[in-house]
Design a protein around this ligand. Structure first.
Ligand SMILES: NC(=O)c1ccc[n+]([C@@H]2O[C@H](COP(=O)([O-])OP(=O)(O)OC[C@H]3O[C@@H](n4cnc5c(N)ncnc54)[C@H](OP(=O)(O)O)[C@@H]3O)[C@@H](O)[C@H]2O)c1
Length: 230
């Protein structure tokens, strides 16, 4: 039977490529975004559905996960891609800026990971993927991205804590840390950069499919540094 995979940030630059990859590989895909906008290529696909949920809202996220579990009985994987970016060294990062990144990157993942992790522990199988980032791992890259780096580093710590709690069970929380992704937004923001060094959304989608496919099933607590040549 096809595995059921929940994908947040489904209409984003990365999410679109990931949804496409998982549909191409015959997974059942439950997409989530904020706006409920259409994913043209997938909107009529029989294995795809798209839900608009504000993932920064804990109650709405919890209700959504519970309804999905009740409908599908088993969620095999959750790719929690929703998130975003902000510049700013410490002088530019006040509490408001900090809370904005915390909400966008950490809360949007935490509020889904919490009920999904419990569901996966009960069902005895599950793969959750959180999206970190290089500035959360390398301080040199993060020193002018204080709120972004801090919010992403919390996700890396969350994965550690959940993997500790899941020891002995076939439930794994992985972290992917892409460098700059080759998106239209990044190309417009950095027109002079060498785009060939960036990582393509489709390359990240390959890694995510590897995680969910079973081929990487012996891995525990992995951190995938998907840096391309950047
Ligand atoms: N782009 C890069 O170079 C890069 C590098 C490293 C890591 N990352 C990380 O990779 C992930 C994907 O990046 P991307 O470039 O694909 O981002 P993107 O194109 O900006 O997409 C962001 C997605 O998150 C969704 N989202 C934001 N807030 C939400 C909320 N409150 N509730 C539900 N959905 C929400 C958006 O939905 P709506 O569009 O409906 O609002 C959209 O689907 C992010 O976690 C990002 O931090 C990106």
């Amino acid at each position: 039977m096809a595995k059921t995979i929940l994908i947040t940030g489904a209409n984003g630059n990365l999410g679109t490529a990931v949804v496409k990859k998982f549909l191409d590989e015959d997974y059942k895909v439950i997409g989530v975004d904020h706006s409920g906008s259409h994913l043209g290529f997938a909107s009529t696909h029989p294995q795809f559905e798209l839900h608009a949920v504000n993932l920064a809202d804990e109650a709405a996220s919890d209700t959504f996960v519970k309804e999905a579990i009740s409908l599908y009985k088993k969620i095999d994987g959750a790719l929690l891609l929703a998130g975003g970016f902000a510049m700013g060294d410490i002088a530019a990062t006040d509490g408001t800026a900090l809370r904005k990144m915390f909400s966008l990157n950490f809360e949007t993942a935490y509020y889904l990971a919490r009920p999904l992790f419990q569901h996966m522990m009960e069902s005895g199988y599950g793969r959750i993927v959180l999206v970190g980032a290089r500035p959360a791992i390398q301080s040199e890259a993060g020193k002018n991205l204080i709120a972004y780096a801090l919010s992403k580093s919390l996700l890396i710590k969350l994965a550690d804590l959940l993997n500790e709690a899941a020891k002995g069970k076939n439930v794994v929380v992985s972290v992917i840390a892409p460098s700059t992704i080759d998106t239209p937004v990044n190309r417009a923001d950095m027109p002079k950069a060498d785009f060939s060094k960036w990582v393509a959304p489709a390359q990240i989608a390959e890694v995510l499919e590897f995680i969910c496919s079973g081929k990487g099933d012996s891995l525990r607590g992995p951190l995938y540094k998907i840096y391309g040549d950047a």
